[in-house]
Design a protein around this ligand. Sequence first.
Ligand code: MN
Length: 433
Amino acid sequence: MIAASVGGTDATHDPGLQSWLESANDPATDFPIQNLPFGRFRRADDMDWRIGVAIGDQVLDLRRARLIESYDMNLIMRLAKEPRQALRAAISNGLQSGSPLEKQFREALVPQSRVELSLPCRIGDYTDFYTSIHHATTVGRQFRPDNPLLPNYKWLPTGYHGRSSSIAVSRRGLGHTFKRPAGQTMPAGATTPVVGPTARLDYELELGFFISRPNVVGEPIPIEDAEDHVFGVALFNDWTARDIQPWEYQPLGPFLSKNFASTLSPWMVTMDALAPFRSPFKRPNGDPAPLPYLESASNRDRGAIDIELEVWIQTEKMRAERLAGDRLTASNYADAYWTVAQLVAHHTVNGCNLCDGDLFGSGTLSGPRPDQAGSLLELTQGGKKPITLSNGEVRGFLEDGDTIILRGYCQRDGFRRIGLGECRGTVQAGRRL
Ligand code: MN
């Protein structure tokens, strides 16, 4: 068996596992029995958000299945490795074909089409990183053609503290809807800024990692332990106003250009589920080796995660014509320059405390090729080279009514393909100032 030879995998990753739930065995589902991502949901008659696991086209209510007592996802996220993996094994066992628990579990299923989904946990603090060297180089070149990467880039994973209260979940239909933000911009050639709706609204293709176990303030997390502090991952869109950003961000970094809205997909795919899809983490020849606190044998052997990522656009006109939309980009998280273990080790090296539910944005995940750009800023070269969509519409940046859909999945020979679901958001006309 290939499964047995891959580090961190166990019986729950066996590609031969089948569920008594037919929709979980559909080759096209993002949520086969090998995935088991966590989220929060409620039915129309519920007061409280419940903890569920996506399976096929259903949600398994973990409390109703008598697997947990809690309604608090953050408590579940704080579980130590052994009870956490025991819970995963119990869910997997009960959902397997022939399980004696089938009847009990069937009574705990709710169709995904009938539930309301919430953000998957209480998000505390939110940090956005900048881990794609391809994104950093392409964007840096627009501002500093001869010197696109600043000297710190290859030595530390840089980031900024963002705003968690405006992060919303992707829902059915139009997903997370938000109004086009307004702000202050300095038009090219002008000497006085103006205020008004952004004319350069963009998306950023990112992953969001959720912190599981807290550390005590003053106690850094060594890189060897870092992944014990990460629960899982979802798709994340860090919407950005590209005209507000360059005028406001010097010298302190992003502010109102980003804090008006960010969108998360509803299901946290756990680090346990990702075990089969790990890759060696290598730097290009000639690049400096990370400092010792950012380096470990396991980070070199399997620090990267092979997640295929896609960005799709569906304009209002496409929606009216019942067109599914166009794919704008495909890239892979394994091309990032910093691993999630390095982000945790660096974030805490000064003693900063992380808490359950803290969110780390990966930064825009552009790949090495120009067509793998994770934002319109890169794809259209700052709006200078607009793209023509399949129905003839042209975009430099986003128009009102545009829906952006992020998708992600993992596949590897010898394992079942698993998906992250979808992160969908739609920009609406802004308020008049
Ligand atoms: Mn970002």
